[in-house]
Write a protein that binds this ligand. Sequence first.
Ligand code: UDX
Length: 432
Amino acid sequence: MSGDGKRIAVFGAGYVGLVTGACFAELGHRVAIRDIVPDRIAALRRGEVPIYEPGLDDLLERNAERLFYTTDVEEAIDGAGFVFVAVGTPPTYSGDADLSAVWTVIDELPEMERRIVVALKSTVPVGTGTKVRHRLDARGLAHVGYVSNPEFTAEGTAVRDFLEPDRIVIGAFDEADGDAVAALHSGIDAPIVRADVASAEMIKLAANAALMTRISFINEIANVCEATGADVVKVAEGIGYDRRIGKSFLRAGVGFGGSCFPKDSLALKQLAANSGYHFQVLNAVIEVNELQKRRVIGKLVELLDTLRDKRIALLGLAFKPGTDDTREAPAFVLAGRLLAEGAEVVAWDPVASADGLTGVRQVESVDEAVRGADAVVLVTEWPELGGLDWRALGATMRTAVLVDGRNMLDPDEMRGAGFRYDAIGRAASNGR
Ligand code: UDX
């Protein structure tokens, strides 16, 4: 715990802002979290956490005396030495990142005599820092520092990712500002990568692109495994031991979703295109992912002949376990395709909601979802799906068919339990 607590303002009370604020408070700083949505601020003041993120509520509660919530800019910045910007940067119709929320924060900064440092957490195109610098200068705020400090937190593990990161990246125009932001992290044991602002911005985009590339790569290997009789789970294990490759992000499945990957891949693709460069690998990564989300439909047609009037149970709506986030979730694409094919869709998820999925019936339990279904698709690898009595569940179905979109279950056990079972990239165990 740092004894030298600083005053920090965090703009944006979303996943990134709340985790950033809570973790800085845990490190001993005093943090004002500011958001434009009054209901959100009111809920936080009442001690309610508006998002599902493991460990976050404990952290906010434990550090309550160092945390303060407001909708007011002046109040948030009063006495603060740092303004962390953690607002959304969603894609526009063109696929570019929409930076309007970032610009609003910059334009709302009050005139001030003292030097504060603005640190950007949000993922932005390379070149944003330079533009912000110019805007600050034009507003007579040349004495306000600017630092790029991208976040690498994954939903579900965000608190741990912040407090025990692989690295901290700090890109600064002025070394002293970078030093000051680095000092805020004292108490965290991690390498600090100091860079110029453009490189720090690119590190975030490149890290995400590298991770997505691994996923689309292993998904394509899975598809070739299916066609040739190999098992992608074994293949991933075998290549993962190679230290040059490593084990992580080699789980084949129904594709990646979430609030970051899909939007950041588009933003990087557009950034490259706008700069006159055609980013071939990234284009392929995006296309493979789109096709991967739809492959389950082909598997179901193979198993059921037709989807018309068939009841399909989707297990999992969140884009991954440990979160209620359904942004760009493969389950939503699947549900849309199934409904278009004339199927009836029932969905279960322990925390995520099917809101916005017109025509999908959400139920409270796996039993309820599975009962009477013609097929089950395991879309999100929620741990609770691992220890179920699948034989008993299969007996309640109209036909015991299961497509395991995350290779979570044991193919032999599932077949032993009476299922016609298919997975992703596991042709060998499929007997084909
Ligand atoms: C990601 C990055 O990990 C994080 O560093 C960044 O700041 C934001 O984007 P997040 O979207 O929360 O975080 O989730 P992550 O755990 O990385 O998973 C992303 C998607 O990839 C999920 O849909 C997941 O199911 C999928 N995935 C992940 C795979 O399909 N296979 C894998 O091997 C790993």
